[in-house]
Design a protein around this ligand. Sequence first.
Ligand code: ADP
Ligand code: MG
Length: 244
Amino acid sequence: MSEQIPALEIKHLTKKYGDKVAVDDISLNIKKGAFFGLLGPNGAGKSTTIHCITGIAQPTEGEIRIDGIDVVKDYKLARTKVGLSPQEFNVDIFATPEQLMDYMGGYYGIPYAERAARIEKLIARFDLEKHRKVKFQKLSGGLKRRAMLGRALVHTPDLLILDEPTAGVDVEQRHELWAYLKEMNEGGKTIILTSHYLEEIQYLCNEIAIINHGKIVAEGTKEEFMKEGKSVEQTYLEVIRAQK
Ligand code: ADP
Ligand code: MG
């Protein structure tokens, strides 16, 4: 039955850059509708994993399926199923939010009229009306992230991957972003989030994995990460310190 196909299935993924093993034999299953937090120190392999899922990097070994579709063998179809807000802004800084969404819609071959209608909805959804024609470089950190969210969603993927979407965003704007993310998850999107703000992970996510030195070192529900009255942050520190 289709609802039993996971949103994302990673089997024995390894990614090497030359001799450097960035991701070392990881396996993960993320079910549809999950809000999944992928945690780990800098250099742990989070972005590399995300790059392998989204076709930016080629897995060295292993298999990845998005909604049952192999991301290497059936790259084009798999890519339509996932939206990415990357850690680094890979955008034309002179483009406006509506142009960024339009370029991405064009990349996915969405016809003009449909694209325009979707962009209107995304601009309204992320409250970008006043900023739709402002160059990316002039936007605040929070608005940049909102524009990236809109761009990630223009082809209406079911799976949304957000790589440190609140880095460099001030407290108030971060809370605004949280509201958008919660709303999207409640609306049915499966979300994978990386963040160094563990109160954010605790607030938003219901499933969590910790990656360290390219390996999954802990995995469970939020409740499992909050046993004995601990915060997700306390559990995270215990896990990472035990590795040293
Ligand atoms: P994270 O996102 O968890 O901070 P990354 O996935 O970016 O970690 O990096 C994992 C490891 O892979 C790091 O040691 C990093 O230096 C290395 N790495 C990432 N991308 C490349 C690349 N394109 N070429 C070589 N090494 C890379
Ligand atoms: Mg990263």
